[in-house]
Design a protein around this ligand. Structure first.
Ligand SMILES: NC(=O)c1ccc[n+]([C@@H]2O[C@H](COP(=O)([O-])OP(=O)(O)OC[C@H]3O[C@@H](n4cnc5c(N)ncnc54)[C@H](OP(=O)(O)O)[C@@H]3O)[C@@H](O)[C@H]2O)c1
Length: 204
């Protein structure tokens, strides 16, 4: 697949390398479209890369995601977008608990409203970049909670599985309210115990 990774941070670079290793054609996008640290492959501006991408990975700062997606709405039309973002506010954590700028709704729902012809699938938001690709745990494969429109999830699920995850389909876009909240839960252990390498597993 041709995959446009929109974001040059640790998440974008980690997923770009992981998906490239699985044989996909990857390019990493940024505002300026210039070189990306630690990435020898294709680069471009966000808009340039979307022209012929089959799938996009959105990995930008949560607070800028809605405006960015609105500005790219026509470029994103018809695309499946793996949404890794979290609606983290600028306020510092309280007792290890992050503050979100969303109240009641989710960032994914706002992105879907900003680019209504794109299909957003929440994934990779509730684990740290250090364990995003082929995570290894004694207990087996961890769970990747996903939600979004069914057809798009059908495209994203095999990609997530190929990176070493057990997919847990949590339903439609509204379920992002719960999946985004998992980021808060995941980060508590990091802020309070200094551990950033854990992952969730659903036992059933
Ligand atoms: N860090 C983690 O382990 C982790 C884990 C799970 C989910 N997440 C989520 O994944 C997303 C990416 O996280 P990250 O830590 O990799 O990177 P980040 O520092 O949150 O975001 C970096 C990206 O945001 C873009 N950006 C910043 N300001 C912008 C603006 N005003 N307009 C357009 N783009 C802008 C940057 O573009 P340029 O390249 O042009 O500078 C860059 O590509 C976040 O939403 C985060 O909550 C992070």
């Amino acid at each position: 697949m041709k995959i446009a990774v929109l974001g040059t941070g640790i998440v974008g670079r980690t997923l770009a390398h992981g998906l490239a290793d699985e044989g996909h054609q990857i390019a990493i996008g940024s505002r300026a479209g210039g070189p990306v640290d630690g990435w020898e492959g294709a680069v471009g501006t966000f808009a340039e890369l979307l022209v012929d991408a089959d799938v996009a990975v959105l990995a930008v700062k949560g607070s800028v995601a809605e405006n960015l997606v609105r500005s790219l709405a026509s470029n994103l039309a018809g695309k499946v977008v793996i949404d890794t973002t979290n609606p983290i506010a600028d306020a510092p954590p309280v007792d290890g608990v992050l503050t979100f700028f969303t109240t009641g709704d989710s960032l994914l729902e706002r992105l879907a409203a900003a680019a209504p012809e794109a299909s957003f699938v929440k994934a990779f938001n509730s684990v740290g970049a250090a364990r995003m690709v082929h995570p290894t745990y004694q207990e087996g494969r961890p769970s990747m909670f996903m939600c979004g429109p069914d057809v798009a999830k059908g495209v994203v699920a095999p990609l997530v599985e190929s990176l070493g995850w057990e997919v847990e389909d949590m339903g439609g876009p509204v379920s992002a309210r719960a999946i985004e909240a998992l980021c808060m839960l995941w980060c508590i252990r990091g802020f309070n115990n200094g551990e950033w390498t854990h992952a969730f597993k659903l036992l059933h």
